[in-house]
Design a protein around this ligand. Structure first.
Ligand code: URA
Length: 205
């Protein structure tokens, strides 16, 4: 469809783009979510981290990665020596998708149509920030950044260069770690995630 005014197409800053995204109707997810959860971080960031979509707490706070997955993410970044405050953190899909279950809202996976509709925003974020590296955390982020489906558990640790020259580092999503029941498996997986983040840091050195 033709670009309408207010769709962020001519935004000259992340602040303007974020503002335009508040009224996004590109897919139906806006209707049940509290608000658009846009990316956050300095506009001159050299690394952009991309997750899947906001969770329950992010939906309420209006900020990415502040809930349980965000705690894992923060801890792993700290252990790897990556300063989150100089990176830009965003999601492939910017509204929370969920199924109500009693009083709780259970995360549900965005589909290909929702991911594709929301690429509009990610593309514009990347065009303004022009990072040296994007980190795809999980399959949704990889789909969103690369436009195709990727087996991230097999491809993790690898860098794929897009046609526009942007390097995309592939890794798992932090909530993958949260879902592992066995404590020693969980710790091993967390260590692998730390190793991925050290590799990211190395790529930026
Ligand atoms: N999971 C994500 O992918 N993104 C968030 O912002 C929070 C949880």
């Amino acid at each position: 469809p033709e670009a309408e005014s207010g769709d962020g197409a001519d935004a000259s800053s992340i602040a303007e783009l974020r503002d335009a995204a508040k009224a996004c109707r590109r897919c139906p997810l806006w209707a049940d979510a509290t608000q658009t959860v846009f990316g956050e971080g300095p506009e001159d960031a050299r690394i952009v981290f991309v997750g899947e979509q906001p969770g329950d707490q992010e939906d309420l706070a209006g900020k990415p990665f502040v809930g349980p997955a965000g705690k894992v993410f923060d801890g792993v970044l700290e252990e790897a020596g990556v300063d989150r405050s100089i990176t830009y953190v965003t999601n492939g899909v910017k509204h929370f998708k969920f199924e109500p279950r009693g009083k709780r809202r259970i995360h549900s996976k965005p589909n290909a149509g929702e991911i594709s509709a929301c690429r509009w925003w990610l593309d514009h974020e990347l065009a303004l920030i022009k990072p040296d590296l994007a980190v795809a955390m999980g399959a949704t982020a990889a789909q969103s950044l690369l436009g195709k489906s990727i087996a991230v558990t097999k491809m993790r640790g690898q860098v794929v260069t897009r046609d526009d020259g942007l390097r995309v580092f592939l890794t798992i999503h932090p909530s993958f770690i949260l879902r592992i029941p066995d404590p020693s498996d969980k710790e091993a997986e967390r260590e692998r995630f730390v190793a991925d983040m050290r590799a990211v840091k190395q790529l930026m050195a």
